[in-house]
Design a protein. Structure first.
Length: 152
């Protein structure tokens, strides 16, 4: 059994320990939801994760997916994102490099980016104000190249 958990990776260990600490069980449904989430590349909504999980196991309920995402967010496996389109998206968080987002307000396309100069500037500003940053999110809204061309 222990070798099985090791093969699944650190995310399973973190999630199992979190659930144990909360006196909750790692059910087959929660494990399927975690596995489906980790195999998905990019951002995913609760509704999309629900559909993908149901393709593998018909007995997964939406409430279970939603609660599992909340647990995954609370233990640091997932990051909740609000791109202003009325849907909350989630992305893997554990051991992932920090990045920010540019979101197209017309088509919803998002671009992930990391800019060391922006990160350094944030650090400088926080030091000037005696502020310790513990986390941050930057989301820039506008039009992607494709939508800019269609607007002309």
């Amino acid at each position: 059994m222990k070798t099985e958990k090791k093969e699944k990776g650190r995310e399973y260990e973190v999630f199992s320990q979190y659930l144990k600490d909360k006196e909750l069980k790692l059910t087959a449904q929660r494990e399927l939801i975690l596995e489906t989430f980790l195999k998905h590349h990019g951002h995913i909504s609760a509704e999309e994760l629900f559909q993908k999980s149901r393709e593998k196991q018909a007995h997964v309920g939406f409430a279970t997916v939603y609660r599992t995402l909340k647990h995954m967010t609370q233990c640091g496996l997932a990051r909740e994102l609000d791109f202003g389109d009325g849907r909350i998206q989630y992305e893997p968080e554990l051991d992932r490099q920090h990045h920010d987002h540019m979101i197209c307000t017309q088509c919803g396309t998002y671009i992930e980016f990391l800019n060391p100069q922006i990160e350094e500037l944030q650090d400088q500003v926080s030091k000037q104000h005696g502020f310790k940053i513990t986390s941050h999110r930057m989301q820039l809204y506008g039009l992607c190249q494709k939508c800019q061309k269609t607007k002309k």
